[in-house]
Design a binder for this molecule. Structure first.
Ligand code: AMP
Ligand code: ZN
Length: 119
């Protein structure tokens, strides 16, 4: 699915045009709380640059993808998830992706997150 950056809700969040529960930002990444948290802690890390999904990543995104995962661990620790957390990337229709701007979900809290997939 192709979405112009100006029409992309996560681009607009990263640019500060739409308010969000911001956790972290630097020149390449933006992290914010999920608006419909599935666990007591549920936040998203996105690249500021529009990239529709993991399936659209190319070798030029290698460092960015690595940076996103490193930042996931760092922010999870900062938010108290010392005992672990779930990281999740939904890709495309089959993967259940709803927002076509790459994002990593980080989920956690006092209780185990549960089975990797249901059913
Ligand atoms: P996915 O199914 O992986 O594309 O997940 C998209 C996620 O974005 C969902 O968990 C939504 O709750 C979350 N979301 C959608 N709009 C917003 C928003 N404006 N602020 C924060 N999270 C959002
Ligand atoms: Zn975008």
């Amino acid at each position: 699915m192709t979405v112009a950056a100006s029409d992309c809700i996560f681009c607009r969040i990263a640019q500060g045009e739409i308010p969000s529960g911001r956790i972290y930002a630097d020149e390449e990444l933006f992290a914010f709380h999920d608006i419909h948290p599935k666990r007591p802690v549920h936040f998203l890390i996105i690249p500021k640059q529009h990239l529709a999904s993991l399936a659209d990543a190319t070798p030029e995104h290698q460092a960015l993808l690595g940076k996103m995962l490193l930042k996931a661990g760092e922010l999870a620790r900062n938010l108290g998830l010392q005992e672990g957390f779930r990281t999740l990337i939904n890709t495309g229709r089959i993967g259940g992706q709803e927002v076509y701007h790459l994002h990593v979900h980080i989920l956690g809290g006092p209780e185990p997150v549960g089975p990797m997939v249901s059913g």
